[in-house]
Design a protein around this ligand. Structure first.
Ligand code: SF4
Ligand code: MG
Length: 326
């Protein structure tokens, strides 16, 4: 297994109290596989990713338990320097906002080239040539000229392509993309998602795709892990999950997006708001919003029940949900 996150716990200590952002998350991604991690903001999906990348080790964020195995080694126990090396060369992250992730005072050619100079010991000239190649690969027109431009001179979609090029530069085994298309308009979103999927296949990378939008992941993900209040509430192969969700929250998400196969059905949003992480409801954290909630849901935290060999649901009544009786 390329990445194997086990029972991860993260909390944030603030003056108002302790926010339990991640409460026992486990997921795994293999080489050449795409895992979509889906959830509303505050569900813990980004925080989990930041813990994996090792960019969370600053207060007030604190990893309070679990393991992050990368090719069998627990990243949480590595020395800082070793951790940095793994992060630089073997895993990379793509963020929502390329403009703030890229350095505004360096040309994109210098930023891309620097990766090769620093990590591969290339000459500036060779690094520049590699930068242009990468820009061509991610679909930037007139790359040989544009390599001299600054980030703000590119459109949002083109900037996102440059960030993808940065992430790809050292051919990492794993890429974590956190809402990589959220800031873009719909047509550009689809293009960027296609590019990511294509590169993922070409380089056989593991890809963790974090999103709040179930609509964008259907065609690119192999598996989906749905997060709510810092836990995974459903984990399944993407087609199984679309066909029949085994958790009421997943069903709510599915019912709130337009789907070609469900034409004419009314869209409905999930009522209510995600919980305050300093005060997560007892029992099933979803119970205040769940149309299927019963007494037991108010007191007993549902474990991740095994629905089938490669599927799990953290709902006491997953069977009824799966079979559409609610
Ligand atoms: Fe709803 Fe209960 Fe299932 Fe939670 S455990 S999702 S409240 S039915
Ligand atoms: Mg986020």
């Amino acid at each position: 297994m390329l990445l194997d996150v086990r029972d991860l716990h993260v909390e944030f200590r603030t003056r108002e109290g302790v926010a339990r952002a991640v409460n026992g998350v486990s997921y795994a991604v293999d080489e050449g596989e795409t895992l979509a991690v889906l959830g509303e903001s505050g569900s813990g999906k980004s925080v989990t990713a930041q813990a994996v990348m090792g960019i969370l080790d600053v207060p007030p964020g604190r990893i309070t338990g679990g393991r992050v195995l990368f090719r069998g080694r627990d990243l949480l126990t590595l020395k800082d320097e070793e951790r940095r090396r793994v992060r630089g060369a073997e895993m990379a992250m793509i963020f929502q906002d390329a403009l703030s992730a890229l350095n505004p005072v360096l040309t994109v050619g210098d930023q891309l080239g620097e990766m090769f100079v620093v990590h591969r010991g290339m000459s500036k000239k060779d690094a520049r040539a590699r930068a242009v190649e990468l820009m061509v690969r991610v679909g930037i027109p007139a790359a040989a000229q544009r390599v001299r431009d600054y980030p703000h001179q590119f459109s949002g979609g083109m900037r996102q392509r440059i960030m993808i090029a940065m992430a790809l530069a050292l051919q990492p085994a794993l890429i974590i993309a956190d809402e990589p298309t959220t800031a873009l308009d719909v047509t550009v979103q689809a293009q960027i998602m296609d590019l990511l999927a294509e590169l993922q296949r070409e380089y056989r990378m593991g890809l963790v795709l974090i999103t709040h939008d179930l609509g964008v992941v259907a065609d690119v993900a192999d598996r989906i892990a749905v997060m709510y209040a810092g836990r995974i509430v459903e984990s399944a192969p993407v087609h199984d999950l679309y066909k029949a969700p085994a958790h009421p929250y997943t069903r709510g998400l599915l019912d709130s997006i337009p789907r070609l196969d469900r034409k004419g059905r009314e869209l409905s949003a999930i009522k209510g708001l995600p919980p305050n992480l300093m005060d997560i409801p007892p029992g099933c954290a979803f119970h205040p919003r769940c149309p299927m909630a019963r007494d037991v849901c108010l007191t007993d935290v549902p474990p991740l029940y095994e629905v089938s060999g490669d599927r799990g649901s953290a709902c006491h009544f997953w069977r009824e949900c799966l079979h559409g009786r609610s």
